[in-house]
Every structure is written in C-alpha cells, then in structure tokens.
Design a protein around this ligand. Sequence first.
Ligand code: C2O
Length: 536
Amino acid sequence: MNAFFIVLLIISIHFVLSSTTLANTQFHDFVGVNGVCFVTYYKRNHLLVSNRHGILQLGTPWADGPDRITQCPIQPGASYTYRFTIINQEGTLWWHAHSRWLRATVYGALVIYPRIGSTYPFEPPKLEIPILLGQWWNRDIIDIQNQAMFSGAAPNISDAYTINGQPGDLYRCSNKDTMKFYVESGDRILMRVINSALTQQLFFTIANHKLTVVGVDGLYTKPFTTTTLMLGPGQTTDVILVADQNPGNYYVAARAYESAQNAAFDNTTTTAILAYKYAPCSGQIGTSFKPILPNLPNYNDSATVTAFTTQLKSPDNVSVPLDITEDLFFAIGLGLVNCNPGPTCQGPNNTRFAASMNNVSFQLPQTTSLLQAHYQNIPNVFTIDFPPVPPTPFDYTGNVSRALWQPVPGTKLYKLKFGSQVQIVLQGTAIVSTENHPVHLHGYSFYIVGEGFGNFNPGTDTAMFNLIDPPQRNTVNVPVGGWSAIRFVADNPGVWLMHCHIDSHLTWGFAMSFLVENGPGRLQSISAPPLDLPPC
Ligand code: C2O
C-alpha cells in the first residue's frame, strides 16, 4: 500500500430542513451514495450547520462547519452544499450537526475507500457494515439542552442507545425493529464502528467473536485483536470480524463507559443481531431461542479502557514531530461559577456548572464566525490570548477548592505559526469530578504520544513517550484523573476548534480555538470563502 496516496473526492452534502412544526417527529433515513452514507433528518425549523468530523479540510477550511467557528448557520428551509477535498485519509469518519445539541440525531458515516487501483492494507473483506452507535431521548433535544443548561440536574440521562437508529430488543417495544446484520459462515466483514452518542463514551462488543482493529479515525493502525472496543463520542474504529462461530444469532452490543464517580447516566444496553444466514432454526441452536449475549465490561472499568487504548499503534511509516516549537499545557475539565440563587443554579451552594480549558470558558461569538472575522480582519470578535499554560498551576488531580478555579468566560484563540511543531499535554482536573474526556481537534489528526494517570510529570513521563508508532486520531480520550500528550504539525491554516466531544461539556465552555497562520503556498493559505457561504 502506498501510504502517500492522494484521494481527490468531491463530496456534496445537502441538508433538507422542512417547515413542519411537529414537536417530536424524528425520523432517520439511511442512503448510501458512492460509499457515503447520509442520515437525513426532518424536524422543526432549526438553524443548522454540520461538521465533517475529522476531515482535515486542507485548503477547504470553510467546509469544516461548526456554528460560528467557520460559518454562520443555514437558515430554515435553505440548503447549503459543502465542497471539500479529502487528502491522505482513508477509512471511517462521520459528519454531524454542529449547532446546539442537534447532532443527537443529525449524523451519518463518511466512508473513504482506498483510491481506485489500490486496496486495503489487509485482506479485503467480503462485506462492509457501517455501525453508528447513537443516543436517543424521547423528548425534544433542544428542550433537553435547555434543561441541562438552565435548570434541573442530571441532564444527560438518555432513554436509549441505538445501533443504526434502533435501540434493539432489550428495550421495551423495540423488538421488531432490531437491526440485523446478515452474514454467511466464513465471511470476513469490515465493521466501521462510529460513536455518534451525544454525551456518552461507549463499550462495544459482539458475542463470541473476536474483533481485529485495523483503523481508527480515518487512518490505519497496526492490526490487533480484542473482544471489546471503547469509543469516545467522535471516535471511529474499523474492525475485521470473521464469521467463524456456530451458525446462529449473536448480539452486537454497546453500553456506557462512565468514569465520573456518582454520575447519573443511562446504563442501558443497545443491541443489534449478527445473524448467520442458513442457520438452523434458532430454536435448535444451543438451548435458547434468543441471540447469545456478550460480556460487556462494567460501566466504570477504566482498566479495560487503558488496555485497549495502549494497544493502538500506527503503521511503521509515520513521522512524529520531534522538534517541538510550541510546548502547551492545557488543564481541562469541569468547574463551578457563582450563581444568583434561582432555577439556573444547578450546582451545589448557589453555583452553576461551567467547563474550561486553562480556566477559560469558551464563548461563541455572536455576530460572525471566527474564520470570517479572521479572514476579513473584523475587530472585537475574538482575542488572541488563550494561555499556553494554566494561569495558576495546582495539584490538578488532587482535592482542590473551587475558589482556585472559577472559569472566566472568553473567546480566546491561540495563534500558531504555520509549520509549528506542537505538543499539548491535556491534563484532566478534579474540580467537580475526575472523568475521562474525549477531546477533539478540528482540522488535524494528531499523534497520541503518551497518557497516564495523576498529574503529568515532564521529567519522567516525557521519557516514556512513544515517538515511533503512536496512534493518530482526531479525538483522544484523556484518562480519568490523568493526562494525554498529543503532537501535530500546524500545517493547515484556518481557525480550528478544540473541544470536549461530550456536548454538555462543550456547551458549558470546554473548548478553545487555534488560529493557524498562512504558510507560503496557495494550498497553505486560507482560500476565499465560497460565494454562497450562509451570511451571518
Ligand atoms: Cu465532531 Cu466539533 O466536532
């Protein structure tokens, strides 16, 4: 396999927004077009934008999509076509709404096949199955968001998880619509697993079958075999499954990985069925009519998460940045801000939840997008003073008083010179709780060179970094009460959001943006915006 292929694909995506005012009409519709699957979604009048999560958008930063980062929203009833080029990525990514919490149901797989004339770096599968893990609320998701932001507790408890839109037969009344994947004995199947859940990391497994991981986040990995995956929201994992078990029915299952202590969360299990064609009637298999249930780890089994994560390795041909010119340290997590007593104070002792990176709680601009403000030199939209290290260093994972860490709102960007070699240590904090955060960076795939528990120790931890074959991803699960170190070269000019991919944390302000300056050539400079970019 030539690792330096360039795939030039123009993929257009249309969203259809209907003018129906039905409050809870939500239906999905999967369409496959040239390997691209869409979920179209019709709902109330919503301003909508979507993000091609993980597509690098080299030379096409305007097509990235997050609300008021790279564009203003598409008006209800209007449509907008995203035009973009895919360079040096192959595998599974996805797209999703990126305004308020609409991505709860507005998402779909983005599958990038090997370029014509080339093939997979493994024995080609007979069958490919996209598997989109989702999270479902019976109530309108904007009501749920408002509740989470402005009142009440436990906003994140969903009513079900889903596999390709279906909860599966462990939920009441969901029996007949359970998703079935039909296979034949001996088939090699490429499963493209995507965690599309709004607020939950998920374990994924299939009864009695082994999964060989071959790629994550739109890039190949060294293959390794496991029984269980853990995916943070925003992550994808490509696995090969061989249908080598007794012909029968086996559950494909997912449920929460929840690392925050005392968290209220949805602890239900979604299932689909891996169904062998030509199996003898189900009643004759084993003792039961039912599909065989898999073992899923306990919801708080962080050891399984670490074991899975540390097996991920890039192929041997990668080159990790070694001469770091930007050495950044971001303390990340939840915090509390004082609150005038009232229904909006959902935190303890007249506080409300906030989240931050280096104590800055990110605020979206109101009137224009950051990329437009940067490109057109519009003043007073953002400031370029995001702190490269926390303003007050402290014992991040110890018991700290919240007085030390009251997030301050701001729209602060961090400027990177084109070509900078960047290292960021993402350090989890324990202000409200310690928990595993899936941190996503737009516009880049980064190397995850190290991770650990407790406070990052530059002396001893740096010496343990994997600078040979670390995995490349666009979303990293920062271990609960711990840290992850990532590296990338700032070779993609634009404004790129970095944020926790748990949407409640994002809305509470767990985000920042990089402003990457132009480089010397045309492809290294921000292009003019598309003429039809929705106006602000
Ligand atoms: Cu997949 Cu900013 O998100």
